[in-house]
Design a protein around this ligand. Sequence first.
Ligand code: ZN
Ligand code: ZN
Length: 342
Amino acid sequence: MRAVLVEEFGAAPRLADVADPAPAPHGVVVAVEATGVCRSDWHAWQGHDDDVTLPHVPGHELAGTVVAVGADVRGRRVGDRVTTPFVTACGTCPECAAGQQQVCRRQTQPGFTGWGSFAELVALDHADVNLVALPEGFPAAAAAALGCRVATAFRAVTDVARVRAGESVAVHGAGGVGLSAIAIAAAAGARVVAVDPSPGARDLALAFGAEHAVAADGAVDAVRELTGGGAHVSIDAVGLPATCEASVRSLRRRGRHVQIGLLPAATGAPLVPMDLVIAGELQVLGSHGMAAHDYPRLLALVGSGRFPLAGLVTRELPLEAGPRALAEVGAATTAGITVLRP
Ligand SMILES: [Zn+2]
Ligand SMILES: [Zn+2]
């Protein structure tokens, strides 16, 4: 198969012919129709993720068709059109038994612990636990975004922050996951303030339902002013020390901060103002993907038309463009989600 191969961290990957994957007994192989280019792919390429060994194929936001099935898989067949959460859970550990597959202690992740979907084929583990069937006719490019950024945003807004109608929500970073959070919070009836240094991203944020979109410089004061003293909920959708701190400082008393951006050690440790956390009874929460069994609620939101999923995908490129797209997502030079079509 053809794949985008990383042979040295930070050095330009190349399109290479590599061996086809075989399914694990509990897994499947999927022919990739579309795969999103996410900032965490960039972190993997830069060597920020200890799970990644070389040579490596990135890619964890995918949609495609099952082409091979392991002997122990019961509920999946060749020909099924599917997506998967980027956390492929084991299905049997204590977290999985409690329904919290997104923090499975024996998880694997395509594009991190193993080869990912910047390729014509990708192997996925524990198919009965993790695969999500796509509704008939669901476009592949939009479905690819469901594997990581859209699902992460959905769970962060709906289940972790528990955003209610009428609340104010600040979203720091209007890239793919940030735009998703903006649209999902707006669909829930929240009043959204988006923060992003890029004018293009701010325009997209307004198109996705933000009431206001402000620059990153001076964002804390701007959010506090626009929300009448601070947001009920603030989300760091970037994952930098500065955006994490700005998000916490954007909150009103008893507000909820949700961390979605990854903050690997290489980006430096954030300074969380714990004095404000205690004095204002702030909540500091993490959100890490979403379990496969939670996808029907997200698919229902998409089906309702209240979340413009297709509009999130701003570029579709051939697999050959993968190396360039990977560099661009790190530099945040493009707005919306870029999808590769192997
Ligand atoms: Zn597990
Ligand atoms: Zn991702």
